[in-house]
Design a protein around this ligand. Sequence first.
Ligand code: FAD
Length: 416
Amino acid sequence: MKWLTREDFTKQYDVVIVGAGHAGAQAAIALRQHQFVGTIAIVGDEAELPYERPPLSKDYLSQEKGFERILLRPARFWDDREVDMLLGREVDMVDPSDKKVIASDGSVIAYNTLIWAAGGRARRLPCAGADLQGVHSVRTRADVDNILGHLEEVEKVVVIGGGYIGLETAAVLSKTGKDITVLEAQDRVLARVAGRAISNFYEAEHRAHGVVIRVDAVVREIVGERGRVVGVRLANGEILDCGMVIVGIGIAPCIDALIAAGARYGNGVIVDEYCRTTLPDMYAIGDCALHANAFAGGAEIRLESVQNANDMAATAARAVVGELTPYRVLPWFWSNQYDLRLQTIGLSMGYDAEVVRGDPASRSFSVIYLRDSRVIALDCVNSTKDYVQGKRLVENGVRSAADVLSDTNLPLRDIS
Ligand code: FAD
């Protein structure tokens, strides 16, 4: 009998991508598009082939789309392009000097180039009861299947966090006839990502659909009985009864293995304009990558969006094949709630004025964000024309007066 040695578990690839999400999948696609002929493996801890995450709080949660329809590519696609999918295993160690990663099943995978695309994990509530049965997040397919598997048993759902994911989830669940309450610790929903006009509008929309929105609502504890959630206790002592809690309070980037390996980091792995980390032959892309963003005035940020995942993947892939093109892409984002499609262009952080263009009561309007009188971002609600035409204003940092920008008789394309 032959004892298996570590070498028996060792595989070697030209490029190893850690994380089978949007960024990881797109990196492999972009490498092949750039005629990269070397071997590629994607190592992912989820069981599934790469799938779209945005539908998890939209049409996958509402069951309008089944799982096959949210796969980024069918299985055949990866076979045809000779991308090995090493799924269901987590990379817990990176050895940058030997250029190897070690996965949770003991396998050792050697690389010439490593692309770290591990995204983030849903943040847990920092209070008692966070682990009770019936407390969920919305980050993975398994999370949503778990919610759907238990939804019938409950009447009241409390959503903690009034960001996009919490609000989208509330919008979908409001259609199930359940009693839905959204708790937001700040004084308005979407406070981290949008101005007051957008917050006011969405609060009113949710209320009109029967969702209870409570702002300034700080959660102290998740109350349980026999291991299951039965309520949420607020800082003021009030207890809200519920059978399910859905937590949408952001993510923590998955970067522990890179930190242990010596990569520079802050609120994410630090990368340069080509998505290179500070470790040799190692890139980081997507939600986990902390980068200086030109549209944030050069501030170091992590962007959590499909746009950023895809465009960073393209930047890293180009760098791997020797085409160094700096990452400088105008950020965009969307959110679907009820029959409302919000489209965002640019980054509104640091704005000093917001201009409402159109009448929110018409349910088709835009908010234009300015810093030092320059347009830095637009939030467009059911207003694709403004979204398309506003792009140039943000790209060029156009200076304009509020009364010009708010004049709906003047198309944004005519403003220079
Ligand atoms: P992910 O998609 O998170 O992929 C990372 C993968 O790596 C995951 O499968 C993770 O489990 C795995 N992983 C982590 N650690 C390891 C490890 N050590 N070893 C192996 N694998 C590991 N963006 C938009 O632009 N518009 C939207 O409307 C929108 N809606 C969203 C709705 C929801 C519910 C969620 C959760 C996200 C939404 N986003 C949206 C954000 C968008 O989905 C993310 O920005 C995008 O998925 C980031 O891609 P990524 O590849 O960096 O990370």
